[in-house]
Design a protein around this ligand. Structure first.
Ligand SMILES: *Cc1c(COP(=O)(O)O)cnc(C)c1O
Length: 393
């Protein structure tokens, strides 16, 4: 496009600040093993799209007056997820979101619109953002205990729903918790609803990371629409990988129809939470599916499991407790000292930490982490010995 207004170049100082920032990020990337964001991607062929104000405002399935959009590619991405999550094709709806958080908000929003008097149940291992979402939506909610491995405690859930049998439950289920990678027992949850003869309910699944793992394993825990979901949220920048946070949310179309409003200003349906929506994110996801492909992700997921097993072996070898759930790439282990946490950007919670063996994580990085932990343990032991010797005198 011809530029009406030329864009002046950056000053030398400003350019240097950008270069320094880039260098810092490249350096830190070498220690990036604590968060579930895949770092192996290259979307440079999409660069040209950054020169246009593309925008996916509105419903991806409805034409709009805003033509600089990527809705057709967005729909193809959603078709892939429709098959991966087994949502019945004729009742499938979704959009590419800003990330898992927005998808979770959407799910709870739909649940509440269906059942305005409903009560949201979620476990104490649920992602921290959900509490804020519940406040934003001003919906009644009750936190349920988790079992030690991070799954929702079915006894506590049953008793709590029983007490509130007169209001429809909106279940917020975890498919891969943030800290421990636990998958809530969806079969057990459905059984509880059946036993209590509850006919009106809604189940949303937060599958931020595991929604792109479980489609590629031989023995997945029940997690998708076959397990009775009404909606699901999956992050795009986690297992798939993207330089801009993104995600997908899928929901049954019959639910979405109840909240749809037609908006003349943009000539489309206002079915999404946000107005203007990122139009390049669908291209990242589309590009990933058309290059790496589903078979490529299957192989990557296998690689991630191998590295996770390797990490567990190596941590146990130096006397750390370390474990993971089946089909999880989240390796939980004893919380190391603060220097190790900061250096390796580890997420921690009370006495545990985790590494998440995403596709970019290598055995060498695990070796270096384990060696850092072993050294810090040795140093701590030495200090203790000196302390004890001092006290003997
Ligand atoms: C990462 C994560 C989220 C938040 O997703 P974003 O894509 O970062 O918004 C929510 N739930 C779980 C279980 C997560 O792991």
């Amino acid at each position: 496009m011809q530029q009406t207004h030329a864009i002046p170049a950056l000053s030398r100082e400003d350019q240097k600040r950008l270069d320094d920032l880039y260098e810092m990020i490249q350096h830190e990337a070498d220690f990036f093993i604590g968060y579930p964001c895949n770092a192996t991607f290259d979307y440079s062929p999409l660069f040209g799209f950054l020169s246009h104000p593309i925008n996916n405002v509105g419903d991806p399935y409805v034409p709009s007056n805003f033509h600089l959009n990527t809705h057709s590619f967005e729909r193809e991405v959603l078709d892939v997820f429709q098959k991966l999550t087994h949502i019945p094709e004729e009742d499938a709806w979704g959009y590419v979101s800003c990330g898992g958080t927005e998808g979770n908000m959407y799910g709870i929003f739909l649940g509440r619109e269906l059942f305005p008097e409903g009560l949201v149940y979620y476990s104490e291992d649920t992602h921290y953002s959900v509490n804020k979402i519940l406040r934003c939506l001003h919906v009644r909610n009750i936190m349920i205990k988790s079992d030690p491995d991070g799954r929702i405690d079915l006894e506590d859930l049953r008793e709590t729903i029983r007490i509130h049998r007169d209001v429809p439950p909106i279940i917020f289920a975890n498919v891969g918790t943030t800290m421990k990678g636990a998958v809530d027992d969806l079969v057990g949850i459905r059984q509880i609803l059946d036993e209590l003869a509850i006919h009106q309910s809604y189940i949303h699944a937060d599958a931020a990371l595991s929604g792109m793992i479980l489609p590629f394993v031989d023995d997945p825990q029940p997690w998708d629409f076959d397990a009775g979901l009404d909606s699901i949220s999956i992050s795009g920048h986690k297992m798939i990988g993207a330089p801009i946070p993104c995600g997908v949310v899928l929901a049954k179309k019959t639910h979405v129809d109840r909240i749809a409003r037609s908006i003349e200003y943009v000539g489309t349906m206002d079915t999404t939470i946000l107005g203007s929506r990122n139009a390049i994110a669908p291209l990242f996801l589309w590009y990933a599916f058309h290059t790496i492909g589903l078979e490529g992700y299957r192989q990557r997921v296998q690689y991630c499991f191998e590295i996770a097993e390797y990490a567990i072996e190596q941590l146990i070898r130096i006397g750390c407790r370390a474990w993971r759930h089946p089909n999880s790439v989240t390796v939980v282990f004893d919380r190391p000292c603060d220097a190790v946490i900061s250096r390796w950007q580890l997420a921690v919670q009370n006495d545990i930490a985790h590494v998440i063996t995403m596709p970019h994580v290598t055995r060498q990085q695990i070796d270096r982490l384990v060696s850092d932990i072993a050294q810090s343990k040795a140093a701590a032991n030495k200090k203790e010995q000196i302390y004890e010797t001092d006290h003997h005198h």
